[in-house]
Design a binder for this molecule. Structure first.
Ligand code: SF4
Ligand code: SF4
Length: 206
């Protein structure tokens, strides 16, 4: 396994173990916390289905090109993993572990299988990636759809961009308080994102 696979597998296992021993009340609180985010993701998925499904099916899915999923190093946030574990069944998660351990092919994302992406709620970076060709095809003649996508993109930041206290940060923080550590805790590990958090904290002190 390469470093990426190791980090992905260890984080998935850590989250699964932690949620398995967390009390019913804590679990309910966590599920309540992600409700708004899941509703947002449902809206985004519906938008993508309406505007992009036929293009993506023609260009990528029918011929299994899956150009969005070519790299094996897609960024997954710690909160992506937590949300997905909370939304998935035990067998799905066991399958996910097996997929990380033995990816289907060497040139695509490790999570891409013959049945599609292994995530139930795929990483936010993946959900918001659109290739230029698909974007131009849809937004070139539909200004309303472009505007809607820009609004979704702005809304996305309210969940994962730490110029304010955001869900992705809160989730990391809560797991850290339980003693968990993961390289995928980018809101606490990535120098760029940490800088944004520090600036925010300094603003609050003034
Ligand atoms: S966004 Fe572009 S690269 Fe991704 S699946 Fe659609 S057509 Fe393919
Ligand atoms: S995680 Fe899923 S959607 Fe994202 S690149 Fe991998 S297979 Fe594609």
């Amino acid at each position: 396994m390469n470093t990426y696979q190791t980090e992905q597998l260890e984080t998935l296992r850590l989250v699964r173990q932690e949620l398995a021993v967390c009390g019913a009340e804590d679990l309910l609180q966590l599920k309540t916390k992600i409700t708004e985010y899941l509703a947002f993701r449902t809206q985004v998925a519906a938008f993508l289905k309406t505007h992009f499904q036929s293009i993506c099916t023609d260009k990528c899915y029918q011929n299994r090109l899956s150009a969005c999923c070519s790299k094996d190093g897609i960024i997954t946030f710690f909160a992506d993993v937590v949300v997905n574990v909370l939304a998935s069944g035990l067998e799905e998660l066991a399958q996910m572990e097996r997929t990380i351990l033995a990816p289907a092919n060497d040139f695509k994302c490790i999570y891409l299988t013959a049945e599609g992406c292994r995530w139930r709620i795929k990483p936010i970076v993946c959900e918001f990636f659109l290739c230029d060709e698909a974007e131009n095809k849809v937004f070139g003649h539909d200004a309303q759809a472009r505007k809607c996508w820009e609004e979704f993109s702005a809304l996305k930041k309210t969940f994962n961009w730490p110029d304010r206290t955001v869900l992705f940060e809160t989730i990391e923080h809560e797991f850290m308080a339980r003693g968990c550590r993961s390289p995928l805790m980018y809101l606490h590990n990535s120098p760029g994102l940490v800088r944004i958090r520090r600036r925010r904290e300094e603003r609050h002190k003034q």
